[in-house]
Ligand binder design. Structure first.
Ligand code: HEM
Length: 118
């Protein structure tokens, strides 16, 4: 289970790294849009996160449910916003900024919200 958990954590990190990369590559572009990196990254981070919860629970690991709920809601909002704007030629800079802040917020929640396991 430990190997599976670590493998999922690597996929989880690659997922939100792709999301962050897809956002930051457009930082200096006047026109912003939802690119493939953001789409695949948001989906991968969310799915791997859910699977991580399942694996840790199956391994009787203690999860901080409030922390996971916060991360889950932020991850879902990111995923919905990304998928809802996938076909638009361009997105508002305000939406781009919101997606960037939510992604950084989830990294901060994961790292600074001290808990036994996650
Ligand atoms: C953009 C969205 C997300 C970002 C940026 C993010 C960020 C992170 C980071 C930085 C870690 C490593 C923290 C550490 O090990 O100290 C982590 C671990 C974890 N995340 Fe996320 N996360 C996101 C979404 C989610 C979602 C939606 C869930 C589940 C509902 C989730 C569940 C977890 C779990 C369970 C771990 C711990 C894994 C372990 O210790 O093995 N994450 N996340």
């Amino acid at each position: 289970m430990e190997i599976l958990r670590h493998l999922l954590l690597v996929i989880h990190i690659l997922g939100f790294a792709a999301l962050l990369g897809g956002l930051l590559v457009q930082a200096r572009e006047p026109q912003k849009s939802v690119n493939a990196l953001m789409r695949d990254g948001a989906g991968t981070a969310f799915l791997a996160g859910l699977l991580l919860v399942g694996v840790i629970q199956a391994d009787d690991g203690d999860l901080d449910n409030t922390k996971i709920a916060v991360k889950g809601v932020i991850g879902l909002v990111i995923l919905v916003l990304v998928m809802a704007n996938l076909r638009r030629e361009r997105i508002a800079t305000g939406l781009w900024t919101l997606l960037l802040l939510l992604t950084v917020a989830n990294i901060c929640v994961a790292v600074f919200w001290a808990s036994a396991h996650v």
